[in-house]
Design a protein around this ligand. Sequence first.
Ligand code: GRF
Length: 204
Amino acid sequence: MGVYRIAVFASGEGSNFQALAEAADAGKLGKAEIALLVCDKPSAPVVGRAGRLGIPAFLFQPKDYESREAYERVIVEQLEAHGVDLVVLAGYMRLLTPVIVEKFSRRLINIHPSLLPAFPGKDAIRQALAYGVKVSGVTVHFVDEGMDTGPIIAQAAIPIASGETPESFAQAVHAVERELYPEVVSWFAQGRVKLEGRQVTIGE
Ligand code: GRF
C-alpha cells in the first residue's frame, strides 16, 4: 500500500492541524502524510502554519462563489488532484453539502469539543460550562450533513473543576484533542475503523 493521504480542513488557529502534521512527521500516523490544507479564511493563522510546515494549501473565499455546492465542487477537484484518502475537519466552521459528504462517505471525520450528542454546534465549551455539567470532553465522529450528528468514533471525558473558566477548560480540551485526533487518524491509516449503521468498531 502507498502513502495514505490526508486533507485537513480548518478555518482558524490550526492547533489540531499542527498536531496532525507533527504526528505524521514523527511517524506516529504510520504511512500517512498531510497532503493538503483546505481553508476558507485566507488570513487565518492555520495558513501560516501550513506555510512553515511546507504543506500545500487550497485557500478560497466562499463569497467568490455562487453557492456552497459551487465551492465544494472545486474543493473536490483539489482533493482528487492530491489523491486524498481521508478528509479531516479540524475547526472548519462550515456545514458541508452532499457534494463532499457523499464523495467522501466513510472517509470524512470531525473533532468536536464536547461529549456528543451534548452541546453540538458553535461554542460547545461555553455551552457546557453554562449548563453546569461536571464532565465534558472531546468527540471524534464521522461527518454527515447534520451539525455534529454523525456516528461517534472516539470520545475522551474531561472533568470540569469548580471555578473552571471557558479559557482554562479550552486549554484542557485542546491538550486532549492534540492526543486523540492523531491517534484516531492513525487507526484510519491502518484500515482499522469499521462502520455499520451508527456503530463504529476499531479492529486489531
Ligand atoms: C477545536 O476545539 C475543535 O474541537 C473545534 O474547533 C477547534 C479548532 O481548534 N472543532 P484549532 O483551530 O485546531 O486550534
